[in-house]
Design a binder for this molecule. Structure first.
Ligand code: IMP
Length: 427
């Protein structure tokens, strides 16, 4: 029986991970974020009430689960505190269950200013970031001059790190990017106030997880974004700045590879992406419009419309292999219910090897396999045998192409609209 399960997005994010984390969080002892930051937006619909979470693990709506934020997550204290008060206003107890690693890099105002300035400078080549300062915060970490949450607690320690940093970035903002510089004193004061507010929640997340694993507790690791946005394995440079793939669990929490028992890959029945960058199966036709409309494809963090296209089984097979995915959860099958034909990309023409970056991805011509649509509702169905025959064979074909089973099928946005063929926790 699996005790530790990782949830990984297999596409460019927005696969519906939040809902599945919430589904699996029942009965778990902890839900853990290990990478990314408040660029993520996980939408949960419970009793018709919509909640969008950005950094707080989606298990927060499951009363007994601990919510842990590992060292791999970049934390915007301002956004996190707002998220906490938003949940508290709904009567959700957050502070007593939230544990954050003091080693998390901090996102401050200057990271957002740099994110915006860099995007502006990139012009037509803009990545289309969420503008949340994610890239600049990871940059600070890798360059080894970043401010971490632990630094916010002691005034002198913070000043020693932050003041020279602001001096440097203010120079860059003013003289290279021709943007306004920031007032050093107010950024430092703000950071100290953030430290005071967050300090009761700072804890040795790695140690807590080791103890929980040793006790045999159930732990759910919640990935943000998706495998094709991974800094190393995605459509570089149109990616996010963290490892969204399964390795991020180890580096982002301090757990070992054999602490993972099951990896659940989440994929939509079609594909979407927000922001710029390669998307071989993107549609610019009525089918793409229908996916966007029926699937309500607008970003939950930025509200931007998502680009839509057919499911790419070539990329999915690669992601399944690289992440050791045990089983898939297929979401939003019902969005395709009205389609007379459904296509699957089964091969890449134009490249000899799997694409290594945007230039190679842009040379890909997808080779499609056509499947008849099912023209019937799959929404709310709870038994695989009750699915229309054409929908069943679409699922069978995906499984055959990628080599792992579809263990969960999500058939609507509500918490209970799912068919669980195999529970990742083995319950
Ligand atoms: P950043 O993570 O804000 O630097 O943005 C880099 C790229 O990742 C952009 O294309 C974003 O649209 C995309 N991205 C970041 N977070 C998410 C997410 O949660 N869902 C989908 N796309 C995302």
């Amino acid at each position: 029986m699996a005790k530790s399960v990782v949830i990984v997005g297999t596409q460019w994010g927005d696969e519906g991970k939040g809902k599945i984390v919430d589904l699996l969080a029942h009965g778990v002892d902890a839900v853990v974020r290990f990478q990314g930051g408040h660029n993520a937006g996980h939408t949960l619909v419970i009793d018709g009430h919509k909640t969008v979470l950005h950094v707080i693990p989606s298990g927060v709506l499951t009363p007994r689960a601990k919510c842990l934020v590992g060292n791999g997550v970049v934390v915007s204290p301002q956004s996190l505190l707002k998220e906490i008060s938003g949940l508290e206003a709904q009567g959700v107890d957050v502070r007593s269950r939230l544990g954050i690693s003091p080693a998390c890099p901090v996102i401050l105002r200057y990271h957002e200013a740099l994110d915006a300035a860099r995007e502006y400078k990139r012009g037509k080549g803009a990545i289309g970031t969420t503008g949340r300062g994610i890239g600049p915060a990871y940059e600070d970490k890798i360059v080894r001059h970043g401010v971490r949450l632990a630094d916010l607690i002691t005034e002198q320690r913070l000043r020693d790190k932050l003041e020279p940093l602001l001096d440097y970035y203010n120079f860059l903002l003013a003289h290279y990017y021709a943007q306004d510089s920031l007032d050093v004193a107010s950024v430092v004061d703000e950071a100290l106030a953030f430290g005071e507010a967050l300090s009761p929640m700072l804890t040795d997340v790695t140690g807590q997880l080791h103890d929980m694993r040793d006790r045999g507790d159930k732990i759910l690791y919640e990935g943000a974004q998706g495998a094709l946005l991974d800094i190393d394995h995605g459509t570089y440079p149109f990616v996010t700045s963290s490892n969204t793939t399964v390795g991020g669990v180890m580096t982002g929490t301090g757990m070992a590879p054999d602490d993972i028992d099951y990896v659940l890959g989440i994929t939509k029945a079609y594909a979407t992406r927000v922001g710029g960058g390669p998307f071989p199966t993107e549609l610019h036709d009525a089918n793409g419009d229908a996916m966007a409309e029926r699937g309500h494809e607008f970003g939950s963090t930025t509200g931007r419309p998502r680009r839509c296209g057919w499911l790419d089984a070539v990329a999915l097979r690669r992601v399944v292999r690289s992440n050791g995915i045990t089983g898939l959860c297929l979401t939003k099958l019902d969005v395709l219910d009205t389609f007379s034909e459904v296509k699957l990309c089964v091969e890449y023409a134009g490249v000899d090897e799997f694409p290594v970056g945007a230039e190679e991805w842009n040379r890909v011509t997808p080779v499609y396999e056509s499947h008849p649509g099912w023209s019937g509702s799959t929404q709310g169905i709870t038994d695989r045998t009750d699915l229309p025959e054409a929908a069943r064979s679409y699922l069978d074909r995906i499984e055959a192409l990628v080599g792992v089973p579809i263990d969960i099928l999500s058939t609507g946005p509500e918490r209970d609209a799912n068919i669980v063929f195999r529970d990742p926790f083995g319950a």
